[in-house]
Ligand binder design. Sequence first.
Ligand code: 2P0
Length: 334
Amino acid sequence: MRKSDVIQLIFHRPPPTDPKHEKGLAFAPTNIALVKYWGKRDAELNLPMTSSLSIALPDKGAMTTVMLQDQAQETVIVNDREIPSDSEFVKRITQFLDLFRPEKKWHLNINIKMNIPIAAGLASSACGFASLISALNDLFGWQLAAHQLSILARLGSGSAARSFWTGFVEWHAGVQSDGMDSVAEPLSVEWPGLCVGLLTMSDKEKPISSREGMQRTVNSSILYTAWPKKVTQDLAILKQALHVKNFPLLGGTAESNALTMHATMLASWPPVCYFLPETIAAMQQIWSLRRQGLALYFTEDAGPNLKLLFLEEDIGAVKEHFPSVEVVNVFEKE
Ligand code: 2P0
């Protein structure tokens, strides 16, 4: 099964690409997985081995504007800087656009504004591809539903499937080879007062991409066989925690899931390690604060930075111990 087959299943004809507006514009929030996606059963369609569950950061993400342009290639601008056309990022975007233009008849000026560090484990590819497909949907008037956009965004980057909603989102692994059931959906639960703290140790580009890191883990880590079991357990526990609003259960499950993911990576060869000394030091400080009674937990993605999990009532204490933390009150209404 190829990506072009999925395009056919969604559109039932070549995707219409007569612009309906001068510009297409869309925002997508970034998402932080509490139960992680790590490993693919199909690398072409980015079909995951397991389901995953994330929380969106409502104001953090990517705003993307697309316009047709009279040039033989794309112009990609991220945070006011033009990205070289031979870079991996532009190549990935170009290949993604090729799915919608088999004859390469049009080209785009793509302007992305991100208010998160790029490629440092803050899911910039997730909100990037989600906002790009939504901007195309706007430009060409496709009127696709969110679940269809989720399937298309996944073809660009797996975790992008989860970036179409605020709040908690589950990405179902699915079982079909065409991936039409590997789609995300929002959970109908809110948690006013739940906070995510971004603790940035480094905003440098990570040395091993998620794509490469997860492939290496699946291929070489003896611990990976335990991962699907761990995810199944954690998903059930996390949903229970959401249902009964048990914060230590949510925080503990997310932290344990992240540490297990990193353990599977460490057992890969060559090893996949995203920790910096500062990452470990922050973990130890969190464990020490927890022993003293603070309900503070963390999760970590494919980068050295931690995302802290805590409740609104502890914002003061968290800021006191981590002065550089950026707090996102996830469900706060404007
Ligand atoms: C996640 N990560 O669930 C996990 C946890 C990083 C660690 O999804 O190859 O950029 O584009 O499907 O989505 C990052 O991987 O990888 C990721 P591709 P993606 O958020």
